[in-house]
Design a protein. Structure first.
Length: 405
């Protein structure tokens, strides 16, 4: 591991070779002290990853950067090379690069990218025109996608190589299927065609005040994708997307802020503008409290309703009790059948007494009187006038306690 500020006492160092140090670990302060003096650096076979590249950002006067045989997959930060205004040689062969930066200094003369996993390079006509001093590009042993997007490199190849050698340059196509295994220099322009757009859809949706959901679909999984975000016109770090994914959750945004969110491939650059909302937790809190208040009012209303119903039932019961005391139920009249013949012989006849004797007796007792009690009796239906007369008697008790129901 290289200690921070290791080179503070070598301010005039121009060439540095750190090859074959597999345990080499670099930080942003590793080359502190030689930022201006260093011209050439080589870190071959040091197991460097893309996260280590930020250590080279301070080397403003670097002319040769050799990082062969490492574990690089992409170039980060994006402006790593363009910040080195004197850079002439970049050697990144035998890495695991799937995409590279599109920003290079105009001083660049050699770009060696052989033995990587590059399919599309972000080198369009404008970029190549700016690299007027570029004389060497090595793309051998890369699975190139030979369609309309590689045309700028195809034209560059025709211009900078001898026409007899162009068909033998080892820039091998891996896509589309009908061109697999063919050399790019052996093709004609009409064979380099694209069927459809790289990005077929792209949308940005607000999730809340601090995050957005970004969705897209692409026509080829081999396309390198970059997410470029600016916050109030201030660029944020570039996000390199996995080519197999089709959405991304962008978090930790500021509320009430303007954002420009762009999705970039080698040939397309699509942007969506969005403004985040104010903090939502306030309204959510008030909404929650209003729901709580509504529930409390509902419970109070139900309780009052139950109390009113119970009060009405209580009043109704009191009313019925008072009515019962004021108008007690009369007892059913009792039918008493007693018949005696004038001769004294008992006969069994049926007669019905329709008046309530007991009720009359109770009323008499209340007034301490014992008036005569009469009972109207109906003779049996089989009685005839020419029959012998009957005297009907009924023995009425002097007092019988009333029965109150």
């Amino acid at each position: 591991m290289a200690e921070d500020r290791l080179f503070n006492f070598t301010p005039s160092l121009e060439d540095l070779n750190m090859d074959r140090n597999p345990l080499l670990s670099l930080s942003i302060d590793t080359f502190s002290g030689i930022e201006s003096s260093l011209h050439n650096i080589s870190c071959q076979s040091c197991s460097l990853t893309s996260e280590s590249l930020i250590a080279f950002l301070c080397l403003k006067n670097l002319e040769r950067l050799k990082l062969q045989s490492n574990l690089l997959t992409n170039i980060y930060p994006e402006n790593l090379f363009s910040s080195m205004l004197k850079l002439r040689v970049i050697d990144l062969q035998r890495n695991q690069l799937i995409q590279i930066s599109s920003e290079f200094p105009s001083s660049l003369r050699e770009l060696v990218l052989s033995n990587n996993r590059l399919t599309i390079l972000p080198l369009n006509n404008q970029t190549l025109q700016q690299l007027s001093q570029l004389i060497t590009v090595d793309l051998s042993s890369n699975p190139l996608q030979c369609d309309c997007y590689i045309k700028p490199l195809y034209y560059w190849l025709l211009r900078h190589f001898q026409s007899e050698l162009v068909p033998y340059v080892q820039w091998i196509c891996s896509k589309p299927e009908h061109l697999v295994g063919k050399k790019l220099g052996s093709l004609i322009e009409d064979q380099l065609i694209c069927q459809e757009k790289q990005i077929s859809s792209f949308s940005v949706l607000l999730k809340d005040s601090e995050s957005v959901i970004i969705e897209w679909s692409i026509t080829s999984l081999s396309l390198p994708l970059k997410l470029i975000v600016t916050e109030n016109n201030n660029p944020l770090p570039i996000i390199y997307l996995n080519k197999t994914q089709n959405y991304y959750l962008l978090e930790s945004l500021k509320s009430s802020t303007n954002y420009s969110i762009c999705l970039q491939t080698s040939e397309q650059y699509l942007c969506r503008n969005i403004t985040t909302k104010t903090q939502q937790y306030i309204s959510l809190s008030s909404s929650s409290s209003s729901v709580t208040i509504s529930i409390e009012y509902l419970i109070i209303g139900i309780t009052i309703g139950i109390i009113i119903i119970l009060l009405i039932l209580f009043i109704l019961i009191l009313f019925l009790i008072k009515q019962r005391k004021k108008y007690p139920h009369s007892l059913k009249s009792t039918t008493i059948d007693s018949y005696y013949q004038t001769t004294g012989s008992d006969t069994t006849q049926i007669a019905t007494c329709n008046n309530s004797i007991e009720e009359h007796s109770i009323k008499s007792l209340k007034h301490h009187q014992s008036p005569p009690i009469f009972c109207y009796c109906q003779l049996p239906s089989n009685y005839y006038q020419d029959q012998q007369s009957y005297h009907i008697y009924h023995e009425i008790p002097l007092y019988k306690p009333p029965v109150i129901i």
